[in-house]
Write a protein that binds this ligand. Structure first.
Ligand SMILES: N[C@@H](CCC(=O)N[C@@H](CS)C(=O)NCC(=O)O)C(=O)O
Length: 208
């Protein structure tokens, strides 16, 4: 399996998941602006949408959306407990969380704030969505440290990856103490720290 990731993008969630599960995944870095891989391949020839994450399976199948990539990786190692079994109601809670994260948090808030092409009205719309969306995350967490059940799942990997972006779009996470402590707690997980360490190193290599 080959995982295509861009340093500190949402694909970090898949990178974390691969390490949490101890899967033998080949990591390939992508420059999503140039649409090239670190080893010089045309990324659009691999993933025509041009975005990450992409997971190329050994049979050639390409998965290119966070919910499918994360669930596939989790299902490769069920005993790691990164996604509950199919049929368990908790599985549908994980899917519910992944969809909320992908649409309300990732696209409605962060993607609009990051986009250079987004007109001011769109940025204002995204900024107005921060408070209710982050409040909803706090409600989802309740008094727990995980989005679903009592253990770290792929939904947490996705949220942790996105909370890293807050300082870059002017979101003061300190306004949500629960999210601040949640983020800090999970950044200390060895698999999370390892994936972030590698992606930060790749980012520094690029900037040099
Ligand atoms: N539909 C995809 C979108 C993933 C996405 O937005 N990836 C961003 C990084 S966080 C990306 O690769 N952007 C570069 C581009 O779209 O050219 C998903 O929800 O998983």
């Amino acid at each position: 399996m080959e995982l295509f990731t861009s340093p500190m993008a949402c694909s970090l969630a898949a990178h974390i998941t691969a390490y949490e599960a101890g899967l033998p995944v080949h990591i390939t870095y992508v420059d999503t602006r140039a649409k090239t891989t670190k080893d010089g391949r045309d990324y659009r020839a691999i993933a025509p949408n041009g975005y990450v994450p992409a997971l190329k399976l050994d049979d050639g199948t390409l998965l290119n959306e966070n919910p499918s990539v994360l669930q596939y990786l989790a299902d490769c190692k069920p005993e790691a407990g990164l996604a509950p079994a199919w049929g368990d109601v908790r599985r549908y809670e994980v899917i519910d969380a992944l969809n909320f994260l992908g649409t309300e948090v990732h696209k409605k808030v962060f993607s609009n704030l990051f986009s250079a092409a987004m007109p001011q009205e769109g940025k204002d719309f995204a900024r107005a969505a921060i408070q209710p969306t982050f409040d909803a995350l706090v409600r989802r967490l309740g008094d727990r440290d995980h989005l679903v059940g009592d253990r770290f799942t792929i939904a947490d990997a996705y949220l942790v990856a996105m909370l890293n972006w807050c300082p870059f779009v002017g979101i003061d996470l300190a306004k949500w103490p629960k999210l601040t402590s949640y983020h800090k707690l999970h950044l200390a997980r060895p698999a999370v720290a390892k994936a972030i360490g590698e992606e930060m190193a790749e980012r520094a290599r690029r900037a040099a």
